[in-house]
Design a protein around this ligand. Sequence first.
Ligand code: NAP
Length: 258
Amino acid sequence: MFTSIAGRSVVVTGATRGIGKGIAQVFAGAGARVLITGRDEEAAKGTVAELSAGGGEASYVLGDVSRRGDCARIAATAAERLGGIDVLCANAGIFPAAPLAEMTDENIDEVLGTNLKGTILSVQACLPALAASGHGRVILTSSITGPITGFPGWSHYGASKAGQLGFLRTAAIELAASGITVNAVLPGNIVTEGLADLGEDYMAGMAASIPLRRLGSVEDIGYAALFLATDEAAYITGQTIVVDGGQVLPESLDALDG
Ligand code: NAP
């Protein structure tokens, strides 16, 4: 089971590091041909070198998902280099904190432009290739923050992540006729470079609030995304998988004492 991904063409946005890199590693390890994207060329080169050293087939193209032209270039590169797109993992995202009372237009536009508009633009750009695939898969990286939980400083971020799910539900209906499924993975707190930027105290506090008592790994997200991309998941669309070690479950901190 779960072998259908071998040889498939996979685009992962925001894969120069973090969760996207983990998704790319899992897909490459399963025999997929992976095109990673991001804006940092040095990081992109490093990730491709790691994937290749692990025996995977990988390359990169630079692009900012908040720009329509960049998304078109990413899709065109995939068509040229991989011969099409079977799977799009729309993962690129940012989570700079800003208290609501102090939030500027720039704060809002940056987060919504990358996380929400970037999701829509990258899916739009890849649509013709995904439809041509015959088994097109779109997998969004959303979050528990927004769709299920909240955290001070992230009202704009939460809106962007919940907005992705609003997009997903209609996209899944519209794209079903083309045989494309659209699903999302909702990570809890996953150890990435971006999360590390939030500091040790944040990470320790989060780990203590998780029933499985550890932060997630990027591979934890990669495996969920991989499942959604397989032929075995062909009848699942418009759905979400929470991958959070049970973080959303406790009704209070006392629930974790037992
Ligand atoms: P990260 O370590 O900061 O990595 C973010 C990735 O996105 C980088 O590869 C970055 O590449 C790329 N990126 C950022 N802005 C971009 C843009 N405008 N255009 C293209 N690429 C862009 O973050 P992460 O923790 O892996 O987060 C990845 C995704 O998971 C995000 O959507 C985030 O909301 C979601 N998520 C993360 C967690 C967590 O605990 N880590 C939890 C829930 C959801 P460049 O710097 O090269 O552009």
